[in-house]
Design a protein around this ligand. Structure first.
Ligand code: HEM
Ligand SMILES: CC(C)=CCC/C(C)=C/CC/C(C)=C/COP(=O)(O)OP(=O)(O)O
Length: 308
């Protein structure tokens, strides 16, 4: 009986260990961020055509962009492991804690990267190379260089995270379109208030790790002003899809409300509250982007249905 119980405990330990390993590898891919990137890519795919985009482009495109984004995130975990270990928010990460060996994480990220590239290559070379450029932009240019070089790091580096709508668009059409760049501009101007709200909340973490994020180099008050200015800029950029005729009135109303909400959060952060409101502003930014892209899609399909 005792032997049976010991064997049971041992197999339970093995199962728990396996679960932990899976969990660690999943964590390295930043799954929630990748899910959001894929939503923006999917909307890019849908807006690229008047009907429903071809299934092959959707499946291969999302899988390829998802794998390359996950690879970029895993490379970021590898290259940032020493800085992650110094910050309260990230010190428990698999590589920072040493639960996953660096060479295994590099192999994992490389396999995802190659698999993603091969899938996208089946669609077209433009999407494969653009996605690879975004991977390098985030995993190397931002993580290794920009992040430690200038407080404008996330503005410039944000271009890689803003690329998926364009990647989705080219996955379907195989060519550039200025309308796709409007979608990129939306995510690009959304990124600074998204990140700086969080950076205000986590200022001491970044100071401790010696990373020159804006609240560390220019102070919290200045960063709050920049958050507010970027939400206003985002609201203006948000008008462009409607002004250019890409999107209709449903988009105008929905994006208008969402952007006014973001301005209200940023204004409260700047004028009416202490830094305590920064976390709420960061959380709002995530729901804002999700809803903005759902509204873009709903508007696109409603317009197509209306004129069908
Ligand atoms: C350079 C650009 C960006 C920077 C520096 C940045 C930074 C961050 C950081 C540090 C977090 C973690 C917050 C936490 O501890 O909970 C986060 C969360 C998040 N970011 Fe960003 N971000 C960027 C761009 C983007 C983009 C382009 C997207 C999607 C289109 C995105 C989507 C998200 C989502 C969904 C979360 C929540 C993840 C979760 O709850 O696990 N971010 N971001
Ligand atoms: C192929 C392609 C589209 C690539 C883009 C990939 C990608 C995952 C972009 C998201 C940007 C992001 C989460 C930045 C945070 O990094 P951080 O190091 O500042 O944050 P951390 O401290 O939480 O790691």
């Amino acid at each position: 009986m005792a032997k049976l119980q010991m064997a049971g405990n041992a197999s339970l330990k093995i199962v728990r260990h396996r679960q932990r390993v899976w969990q660690d590898y999943l964590t390295m891919t930043k799954p929630k961020v990748v899910a959001m990137l894929l939503l923006t890519a999917l909307v890019g795919m849908c807006l690229a055509v008047s009907g429903i985009p071809p299934l092959k482009a959707v499946v291969l495109g999302l899988a390829g962009i998802g794998l390359q984004s996950a690879a970029a995130a895993a490379f970021n975990h590898v290259l940032d492991r020493r800085f992650d270990a110094q910050m309260a928010r990230t010190h428990h990460r698999p590589l920072a804690k040493g639960r996953v060996e660096t060479y295994k994480a590099v192999i994992f990220a490389s396999v995802l990267m190659v698999a993603g590239f091969v899938l996208l290559w089946q669609l077209n070379a433009l999407t494969a190379w653009l996605t690879f450029a975004s991977l390098i932009g985030y995993a190397v240019v931002y993580t290794v260089w920009l992040k430690h070089a200038t407080p404008q790091n996330i503005v410039i580096g944000g271009l890689a995270g803003a690329a998926p709508p364009l990647l989705g668009w080219t996955a379907v059409t195989g060519q550039f379109d200025p309308h796709a760049l409007l979608l990129v501009m939306l995510v690009f101007t959304w990124t600074p208030p998204h990140f700086w709200a969080l950076a205000i909340h986590r200022r001491d973490d970044y100071a401790k790790a010696g990373i020159p994020m804006l609240p560390v180099t220019h102070g919290i008050e200045f960063t709050k002003t920049m958050v507010l200015l970027y939400t206003v800029l985002l609201a203006l950029v948000g008008l462009l899809p409607w002004l250019t005729g890409m999107s209709g009135e449903l988009y105008l109303a929905g994006s208008g409300l969402l952007n006014l909400g973001f301005i209200a959060y940023a204004a409260k952060l700047k004028f009416a509250d202490t830094t305590g409101h920064a976390w709420a502003t960061f959380k709002y930014s995530i729901w804002h982007l999700l809803a903005l892209f759902v509204v873009l899609l709903a508007d696109h399909w409603l317009l197509a249905w209306w004129s069908a």
